[in-house]
Design a protein around this ligand. Structure first.
Ligand code: IDP
Ligand code: MG
Length: 189
């Protein structure tokens, strides 16, 4: 290529920028799969208002908090779950000393089973609920505002995407409801 004295600085500048861009790309690729994961606006979580939450009349309050945060309600039912159903739901805890008491508590009255969809629904859902032990839950969380004892902590939320999908299938074998969430365009970019 013929470089005149005027075009030479421009050529070197372009060359340098291209080299830098290639080097940056190489660095990103060589770092493996460090490309940030795409946020999933359609992540789903299973949230349940336990028998104490239903009896204490805070179903609306709990649902309100998920609605106002921007999550989309895609399934909801009031159900008095059977012991085998609850044992299946909590099967990971079957060896814990509190398991029989937990099943008795969960079977003592109806629960409200719900599924919510939205950005980071599983993790954010548990943040809205608070920690397992209400005494350690921050004020502003559901357990931090409405509960004191770990064995009466008013709500359940899935702890992983995988468990959320399992729980949704267990509680809603008929499937969830498909519809357009008109507020979504004002909640997501
Ligand atoms: P999580 O509900 O916050 O996910 P897990 O450890 O999965 O907590 O326990 C399930 C449920 O079992 C709790 O929400 C609570 O109702 C009950 N539970 C957990 N630990 C205890 C305990 O030490 N004593 C009595 N009940 C417990
Ligand atoms: Mg759990």
């Amino acid at each position: 290529m013929l470089l005149t004295s005027g075009s030479a600085p421009k050529f070197y500048k372009t060359f340098f920028v291209a080299l830098l861009a290639s080097f940056t790309l190489f660095l990103r690729l060589s770092k493996g799969l460090e490309v940030p994961a795409m946020p999933n606006n359609a992540e789903r979580t299973f949230i349940m208002i336990k028998p104490d939450g239903v009896q204490r009349g805070i179903v609306g309050e709990i649902i309100k908090r998920f609605e106002q945060r921007g999550f989309k309600l895609i399934a909801l039912k009031l159900v008095h779950a059977s012991v085998p159903h609850l044992e299946k739901h909590y099967e990971d805890l079957k060896d814990k000393p509190f398991f029989p008491g937990l099943i008795k508590y969960m079977n003592a009255g109806p629960v409200v089973a719900t599924v919510w969809e939205g950005l980071d629904a599983v993790k954010t859902g548990r943040t809205i609920l608070g920690t397992t032990n209400p005494l350690a839950s921050a004020p502003g969380t559901i357990r931090g505002d409405f509960a004191l004892a770990v064995g009466r902590n008013v709500c359940h939320g899935s702890d992983s995407i995988e468990n959320a999908e399992k729980e949704i299938t267990l509680w809603f074998p008929e499937g969830v409801v498909q519809y357009t969430d008109v507020k979504a365009q004002w909640i997501f970019e």
